[in-house]
Design a protein. Structure first.
Length: 121
């Protein structure tokens, strides 16, 4: 008797991937607008919201919710709301109907980021 072995691929589900067109656009725009970036992480959290009201019927359920962590000296002297407005301005084309529904931001200066890393060790 011939048995077929199940194979498991280690791929990322589309609703967790940062390889989609919106994620790639976010990555490019951030790198273009923050040349001194010392920390950049993008997370697709869309899978956490798949069944929520408003998202279940949306045309975009795969790249709807992102979390973005940035460290740049472009944030020096800026309040947290000003930092967020700056990032929202850069990503205006990605936000809105059938695009990104929610964007969670962590914005730090290079010094703030370094202190955070030092305190976690």
């Amino acid at each position: 008797m011939l048995r077929r072995l199940a194979t498991r691929t280690m791929s990322t589900p589309p609703n967790r991937s940062i390889q989609g067109p919106i994620a790639q656009s976010i990555t490019k725009k951030i790198h273009d607008n923050f040349p001194d970036l010392s920390h950049f992480e993008l997370f697709n959290d869309s899978y956490k919201h798949a069944g929520h009201h408003g998202i279940a019927d949306s045309a975009n359920r795969i790249e709807s919710h992102f979390r973005l962590e940035l460290a740049s000296d472009k944030f020096c002297g800026m309040s947290l709301p000003s930092r967020h407005r700056l990032v929202y301005g850069v990503l205006a084309g990605e936000l809105g109907a059938d695009r990104v529904h929610a964007l969670q931001l962590t914005t730090r200066t290079l010094d703030e980021h370094k202190r955070r890393l030092d305190s976690s060790t």
